[in-house]
Design a protein around this ligand. Structure first.
Ligand SMILES: C[S@@+](CC[C@H](N)C(=O)[O-])C[C@H]1O[C@@H](n2cnc3c(N)ncnc32)[C@H](O)[C@@H]1O
Length: 354
């Protein structure tokens, strides 16, 4: 038998608020609605004071006991709440705490010992996050020239294409066809907000356009956006149409080293974006070639495994720039973007080169 308050439907909201404020509502049972009345389950007896306050509200009610209330479905707040019930203690310790959300797709890293539970883990995410349509598991490292991560479909809709929104831009992304990382969202915005009007910019490894699109949304820059992956360039073309741009983005498919030569892009850029960590250092000569002889800015992303990654990346960049008979006039910023592996940082340096 459950202790309840019975009241008329017209006073329902007032009394529900009163009971909620006093923490008297029993959350595990549903409120019962009859033709005219509501039967509201209580956690405990009302105190004399609470009875007096309720009378002051002048709500007609009666305190009854009732045994036909249905159980309420308590919505879990996180996938971990669900998994805690479904996994053993040892398994739960290993359960992934976070994941990448790209539009309505989640990509999650499942530890080896939990691989058999991968669909259950995926389902726990779908159950909590109603805006998520598909869950994929990482099955390997980002690799190959196109920098694509191998993934396996877990649950939901089997689709890899979605629209990702960040800082007012919309990007069509296909996680199976071209590189994209939501973890660089702050970097996309940070660089976009530095660009001044009329700049000429070359993005040597543009992907689907997360750097060039926000820049072209905000300023009338001219942007040469190069990528070797034709799928990335196709998606960039869609993104150019999808966003209202004031600048001009020129998508070019090919190896940036060859494209710069073939299309005669030497000495044109006020700014060069180089987000190809692991290999960007090999393209410093290309960046020096496109940067205006009078000087320009380079945004150089690299991985560094060291306790002092700032010193290492500045030294590496300075050395390579000097090899190309140019000079680092000023380090504008050096920053740890994210931890990319144990003891390895993805770094970025903004440098003014003359
Ligand atoms: C780490 S992803 C970065 C993409 C994009 N800038 C972003 O932040 O999402 C590197 C990109 O470089 C492209 N790429 C690799 N080697 C290239 C080359 N030699 N010339 C042009 N693009 C290249 C890959 O296809 C990939 O899209």
């Amino acid at each position: 038998m459950t202790l309840c308050i019975k009241t008329s439907k017209k006073d329902g909201e007032l009394i529900r608020k009163f009971l909620h404020d006093k923490e008297l509502l029993e959350p595990t049972l549903k409120i019962k609605s009859t033709d005219n009345d509501l039967i509201i389950p209580l956690k405990r007896q009302l105190t004399n004071n609470e009875m007096r306050e309720l009378e002051e509200l002048q709500i007609i009610h009666s305190i009854i006991t009732y045994d036909q209330l249905e159980n309420a479905r308590i919505h879990p707040k996180s996938h971990l709440e669900i998994l805690q019930e479904m996994l053993t203690e040892e398994e739960f310790v290993l359960a992934p705490r976070s994941f990448d959300t790209i539009g309505d797709i989640v990509v999650i890293e499942i530890p080896e010992p939990l691989w058999e539970k991968k669909n259950l883990i995926g389902k726990s995410i779908l159950d909590v996050h109603t805006s998520i349509k598909s869950v994929y598991a990482k099955t390997g490292k980002i690799s190959g020239v196109n920098r694509i991560r191998p993934i396996e479909f877990l649950v939901g809709e089997e689709k890899t294409r979605t629209v990702y929104k960040e800082h007012g831009s919309r990007l069509v992304v296909d996680i199976a066809k071209a590189y994209f990382s939501p973890r660089l969202s702050e970097e996309h915005n940070r660089i976009a907000t530095q660009v001044k009007s009329d700049e000429v910019i070359v993005d040597l490894f543009c992907g689907v356009g997360p750097f060039v699109i926000p820049i072209a949304k905000n300023t009338n820059a001219t942007l040469y956006a190069i990528d070797i992956n034709p799928e990335a360039i196709n998606l960039l073309q869609e993104n150019i149409k999808l966003n209202k741009l004031v600048g001009e983005v020129k998508p070019i498919c090919g190896d940036s080293r060859l494209i710069v030569k073939q299309q005669n892009l030497s000495n044109i850029a006020d700014r060069v974006i180089m987000n190809l960590p692991g290999y960007a250092i090999e393209f410093i000569d290309v960046a020096c070639d496109v940067l205006k002889k009078s000087g320009g800015i380079i945004h150089f992303f690299e991985f560094v495994k060291d306790e002092h990654p700032e010193e290492i990346i500045i030294a590496d960049l300075t050395r390579e720039i000097q090899k190309n008979n140019r000079e680092v006039k000023e380090i504008l910023q050096v920053k740890r973007v994210r931890m990319s592996a144990p003891r390895q940082w993805q770094m970025v340096v903004d440098a003014f080169i003359v």
